[in-house]
Design a protein around this ligand. Structure first.
Ligand SMILES: Nc1ncnc2c1ncn2[C@@H]1O[C@H](COP(=O)(O)OP(=O)(O)OP(=O)(O)O)[C@@H](O)[C@H]1O
Length: 514
């Protein structure tokens, strides 16, 4: 299949599930870094918006080093902006990396031309240090978040300061990562995820062809799910559930890329397929939620090392709308009600997830298509970054306050990230090889042998179940009793060891011995 005007060699569509088991031939030059791209239609009003996606290059940070040697890949990196003690619930069960709270970032957009013309006051101010102040008669309030970006901050500042870069690095290491943009209509969600003109850079090619990144994109309304990458007339796709995959969209088109231009072009066409309408607050208001998923897979066939398979999902939620303020009527007002309905369902899930584990009852994921698809990102094994977008205008005050309260509530939600099983296996192999090498270096230098750190016998690759603390709970030592993605450790399970930390220790020791 080929999109109009798109060179066939540039992209390679597949239905979801086709050829997902391993790297496909010839799709190596995938680049997910901002590049100059054509003008996008997702959210243009007074400011021009273009495809300058906040999608960095997966191999840029550490693509040619063994997994995790770069030292920046621990999910704790995402916690660095949090206050002490926030990361771990008291006595809460831990994943391999401990419970993680989604990082919460606020982005305040500039006043638009029409707001300035109308004489709207600027009532939202960043006070620095992750604090945002809303000042208005009788409604003064200050909120604290991981980071706050003001009207003058660039896309790059948001990318670097919000933790998005670490998120991408985690995705390249096998984690399931999600970036949510939410907020009132016209608050800059699409702009934040897609970016402005001229802020894109050239991305280095993927020289070893070691990554393979099929991409999928859907638009969701209350009633239907549509493929944004599939050419031809729009058709509704079914939402299914399976034990292994959880909720997923059936027959979704998956597109492989060989160049960033191809991604930019396809995103542009995808964005044009997403329905937008004009109302009083946004001339190009999105009438659906958009989910863009990039499956990041390494293609390390030569070493026969298991490949890493992470995902990076960008969720551009449709904005909440007060029909009185947007002036919507007819079909537009029905759409607005449906958007609000699905955002309410999302809010209910977040409220429930934000409760302490003991007090949590049923999380109503099944209440909407949106919450079904986001179930894993919200409370499961993924790493999530939430960007709340707000308008600084006095006219939007009540919506702004409600977004900030919503974001504060969402801060209490934790997830327990699990990298995929293959990655963990490859980490263990890496640790084992280093351990042997260090031992032999010690012998050559006449240094004493250090005690082994696990129960394994030298010469036998370490097994996941062999780590202290794992055997008792998840099965006998020496067996692969690692929970699958989505299967979370049980309440009260012993702390999981940090393979990353151990690997880093061995690398440091190795460097010293050399
Ligand atoms: N940080 C920013 N800097 C400059 N312009 C911005 C910024 N954020 C948003 N804008 C402009 O504000 C307008 C609305 O932005 P956008 O369409 O991204 O909002 P939205 O939240 O996605 O709206 P909706 O929910 O209605 O789709 C656009 O014209 C966009 O270019």
């Amino acid at each position: 299949m080929q999109l109009p005007g798109q060179a066939a060699r540039d992209w390679h569509p597949r239905k979801a599930g086709e050829g997902q088991g391993g790297p496909s031939a010839g799709h190596g030059d995938v680049a997910l870094h901002p590049l100059p791209g054509p003008r996008a239609q997702w959210g243009q009003e007074e400011h021009s918006t273009t495809l300058a996606p906040l999608l960095p290059c997966p191999w840029g940070a550490h693509g040619h080093t063994p997994p995790c040697l770069g030292g920046t890949l621990h999910p704790a990196a995402l916690c660095s902006q949090r206050s002490p003690g926030e990361e771990r619930g008291n006595g809460a069960p831990r994943g391999p990396y401990g419970p993680i709270r989604p990082t919460h970032t606020i982005r305040v957009r500039p006043l638009t031309c029409s707001e300035t013309r109308r004489g709207d006051q600027r009532v939202v101010h960043s006070l620095g240090d992750g604090t945002v102040h809303v000042s208005a008669a009788r409604q003064d309030a200050t909120f604290g978040f991981s980071a706050v970006f003001d009207a003058g901050d660039s896309q790059e500042a948001v990318f670097e300061g919000s933790g998005m870069r670490q998120l991408v690095e985690l995705a390249t290491d096998g984690f399931s990562c999600t970036v949510f943009a939410f907020g009132q209509t016209g608050s800059g969600k699409t702009y934040t995820l897609m970016g402005p003109l001229g802020q894109v850079q050239h991305c280095p090619p993927n020289p070893t062809g070691s990554w393979w990144c099929p991409m999928q994109a859907v638009a969701l309304t209350w009633l239907s799910i549509r493929d944004l990458l599939s050419p031809g007339p729009p058709c509704t796709l079914p939402l299914r559930w399976s034990k292994t995959r959880g909720f997923y969209v059936e027959n979704q088109l998956s597109v492989d890329f060989e160049s960033l231009e191809a991604i930019a072009s396809l995103l542009l066409q995808g964005s044009q397929r997403r329905r937008t309408s004009a109302h009083a607050l946004n001339r190009h208001s999105s009438r659906s939620h958009a989910l863009l998923t990039i499956h990041i897979r390494s293609r390390n066939q030569a070493s026969a090392r298991p490949s890493r398979q992470g995902t990076l999902c960008f969720v551009d939620l449709a904005g909440s709308e007060r029909v009185k303020e947007t002036g919507s009527s007819g079909e537009l007002s029905i759409e607005a009600n449906n958007i609000n309905r699905s955002l309410l369902a999302l809010g209910h899930c977040i409220s429930m997830l934000a409760k302490p584990r003991g007090k949590r009852t049923h999380v109503p994921y099944r209440d909407s298509k949106l919450t079904r698809l986001l179930a894993r990102s919200l409370g499961g094994s993924g790493v999530t970054l939430m960007v709340a977008c707000i308008s600084p205008s006095s006219r939007c005050l009540s919506e702004t306050l409600s977004t900030l309260h919503y974001a504060s509530r969402a801060r209490r939600v934790t997830t327990r990230p699990l990298a995929n099983r293959k990655l963990l296996q490859s980490l263990e192999e890496e640790i084992h090889a280093l351990q042997l090498e260090n031992l032999s270096l010690r012998q050559q230098l006449g240094l004493p042998r250090v005690p082994m750190r696990s129960t394994e016998v030298l010469g036998t690759p370490m097994r996941m179940g062999a780590w202290p603390g794992l055997g008792g709970r998840f099965g006998p030592a020496g067996l692969h009793q690692f929970p699958l993605e989505g299967q979370l450790p049980l309440e009260g399970a012993p702390a999981w060891p940090s393979l990353y930390g151990l690997l880093r220790d061995f690398v440091v020791e190795n460097e010293q011995l050399r």
